[in-house]
Design a protein around this ligand. Structure first.
Ligand code: CO
Length: 136
């Protein structure tokens, strides 16, 4: 079951500049950065009540975020819904015809994550995540 909007991710070409904007200009609490090496992505999180803003930036200048920025430029990258049973939701949605991008992987915050193909969701990339048992 989907239980929350976990975060909204924005693809940014200059991570430090964007971190300063959200921290200094907008006054949000900066939780910290995390490189998700397997996804070739650097992330920075700004938790808000019930959700977070996630900045995503190419790790070492390569990977899916580099391709996204080159093709589409900076902007909204994906929505992430939190699941309390990722495997059950994958099975349920697959049965309804949703197409997933690969298998579940470990993402930021040590969550199990999987992405639904944008073609299945009106052009929006949707991530589902399930926090690990020991939390963040
Ligand atoms: Co995300």
């Amino acid at each position: 079951m989907i239980v929350a909007l976990d975060h909204i991710a924005i693809a940014v070409p200059d991570l430090e500049k964007s971190i300063k904007r959200f921290m200094d200009d907008f006054g949000l609490k900066y939780e910290g950065s995390e490189d998700v090496v397997a996804a070739k992505t650097s992330t920075a999180f700004f938790p808000l009540e019930q959700t977070s803003i996630e900045l995503v930036h190419p790790l070492n200048g390569e990977g899916p975020i580099a391709a996204f920025l080159e093709k589409k430029g900076p902007g909204l990258h994906h929505l992430c819904f939190r699941s309390d049973d990722l495997d059950a939701d994958i099975a349920r949605l697959t049965e309804k015809g949703y197409v997933f991008l690969g298998e579940p992987k470990i993402g930021a915050h040590n969550c199990r994550v999987i992405f639904i193909h944008p073609k299945s969701c009106d052009g929006v990339l949707i991530e589902l995540n399930q926090p690990s048992e020991d939390g963040h």
